[in-house]
Design a protein around this ligand. Structure first.
Ligand SMILES: [Zn+2]
Ligand SMILES: [Zn+2]
Length: 215
């Protein structure tokens, strides 16, 4: 393994300890010495971590590096699992093999291909890139709460954002279900909409829970 690869792996391990583990500080040093032939001293010399007697933390540069390494690693896992259909057992090795493809400036393309995934196949979060943020914004303009429609405007129900199950149940009884067509008929004094040949009136809170795909 090259020195740069050892450092990258160390940063990934540290990311999991420091950013995702609930009992990080003591663990980090142990895990690092067990898994890798690299010491925290080395990482400190590279300006990637800062240590005091009790704590280890990333420097801003180290945090950025680690986040990128984790993102590439987990995107590689997704690529193996979703596209190449490697099974979970062989995934770690396969992921290492495709990681260099992801590295060579293809990261955004691969992220787009995979639909900007939020988690790896193990369920761990993939730090979002610029491409993910842009995609999210574009989609958000397209998918809006019912309260954002103008009277007479129609769309398709995308999902229901109900905080509690009572609200969800009430809406479902009205036929507010993903995929159903919905039209806003009025927005004052209450929100009146038609769905499934019936018309209902709800308050703003309820209407805001119905997320609609415009058009
Ligand atoms: Zn994973
Ligand atoms: Zn993305």
């Amino acid at each position: 393994m090259k020195a740069s690869e050892r450092i990258e792996e160390a940063l990934e391990v540290l990311w999991e300890c420091l950013m995702e583990d609930s009992s990080p500080q003591m663990e980090a040093e142990n895990q690092l010495s067990q898994k890798l032939e690299i010491s925290l001293d080395q990482l400190e010399q590279e300006g990637l971590v800062e240590r005091s007697a009790e704590t280890i933390q990333f420097t801003p540069a180290g945090k950025k590096e680690a986040e990128r390494a984790i993102r590439r690693h987990r995107l590689s896992e997704r690529l193996c699992y979703d596209i190449i259909e490697t099974d979970q057992v062989d995934m770690e090795e396969a992921a290492c093999q495709v990681e260099h493809i992801v590295k060579n400036g293809n990261e955004e393309k691969i992220c787009r291909l995979l639909g900007h995934p939020e988690t790896c196949p193990h369920g761990k979060p993939i730090p979002p890139g610029d491409c993910c943020r842009k995609a999210r914004e574009a989609k958000e303009r397209f998918v809006v709460p019912l309260t954002s429609l103008k009277p007479g405007e129609a769309g398709t129900i995308a999902y229901i954002k109900a905080g509690d199950s009572k609200k969800l149940q009430k809406l479902m009884v009205m036929g507010v279900l993903p995929g159903n067509a919905i039209e806003l008929n009025a927005n004052f004094p209450s929100f009146v909409f038609s769905v499934d040949y019936s018309q209902y009136a709800v308050d703003a809170d309820m209407a805001a829970a119905i997320i609609v795909k415009r058009g």
